[in-house]
Design a protein around this ligand. Structure first.
Ligand code: ZN
Length: 300
């Protein structure tokens, strides 16, 4: 009969192996801590990349029968209390701002900082949350710019700045933010910068030029440039790891999508198909020739 021997380490060898494993683990922990302290932005991005694998925000298809829908124009919707804004306008080199487009602007508190009125209160909430979570005060480096100001920036630095018409700053919906001693690339090294990058979606903002999306946005990663798109769009974009281009692309024209209690629809207009069971909360042009409607079920 064939027998199989089981190899056993002697006790002294076992101890040596345990010590070696412990030393190895301590070395790894030390190396990780060193990396985290020395390269806080890279460490943050690594953790984000790992976390993003487990997070998704799936849009589900929703259908409505034609008999249960009515057709409404933009004016009809505005009359019914729908907020008409420009929060979902895609601005890039392919879809620049049409000349003569006006954006409603308001002063943020009494700071002298002008921003799109659509985001005044949500920016206040984000700023408050940054203070509460990190103890840092969030400052605005750059907000609304006129076409002339954008032109001057472009002439000064045509490599970094984009030509007038292609900058979101002209909409008042984009902000370059920073905290004391941490601006630009360095913003992500600060707890406030990391909080803004991870959680600004809770307040309707997205990191407009995320890491790894340069081939789509044509702009390198800008952890300081936040863009208002509103709720729930910011959450869907952030949790799916999309940029705004990808989100708008994911919404087929004429379809309805459910996300939580919200229903989202991208339509061409000028007559919009509105299910009778829904109340349209907001409507925004997407700047590609369509509009995006955000609705919720009517409360009985
Ligand atoms: Zn910017």
């Amino acid at each position: 009969m064939e027998t199989f021997g089981v190899f056993c380490y002697p006790n002294s060898m076992k101890k040596k192996i345990i010590v070696a494993v412990l030393i190895f683990c301590m070395f790894v922990a030390g190396a990780v801590s060193f990396y985290a302290v020395k390269r806080p932005a890279d460490w943050y991005l690594l953790r984000q990349r790992i976390a993003s694998v487990f997070v998704r925000a799936d849009l589900r298809h929703v259908s409505f029968t034609k008999e249960n829908c009515t057709e409404e124009t933009l004016a009809d919707l505005a009359e019914q209390g729908t907020l008409v804004d420009q929060a979902l306008m895609l601005i890039n080199s392919e879809y620049p701002i049409a000349e003569g487009t006006d954006f409603p602007l308001g002063e943020y508190k009494t700071s002298g900082v002008m921003m799109n009125t659509a985001m005044l209160s949500d920016y206040a909430s984000l700023s408050k949350a940054v203070g509460e979570k990190t103890g840092d005060k969030l400052y605005v480096m750059s907000s609304y710019r006129t076409a002339q100001e954008q032109q001057a920036l472009y002439e000064e630095d045509p490599v970094t700045a984009v030509p007038p018409g292609m900058s979101e700053h002209q909409t008042g919906l984009a902000l370059d933010v920073y905290v004391y001693q941490f601006a630009g690339e360095g913003f992500l090294k600060s707890p406030a910068g990391q909080y803004v990058n991870s959680d600004c979606w809770r307040f309707g903002f997205v990191i407009r030029y995320p890491e790894g999306k340069r081939d789509v946005t044509k702009v390198p990663f800008e952890p300081w440039h936040i863009r208002y798109v509103g709720i729930p769009h910011a959450e869907i974009i952030a949790k799916n790891g999309w940029c705004l281009e990808e989100y708008i692309d994911a919404l087929s024209v004429g379809e309805f999508y459910g996300y939580g209690d919200y229903v989202i629809s991208r339509q061409k207009g000028p007559a919009f198909v509105i299910p009778n069971t829904l109340r349209v909360l907001s409507i925004s042009p997407d700047n590609t020739g369509n509009y995006i409607l955000t609705a919720e079920p009517k409360k009985s």
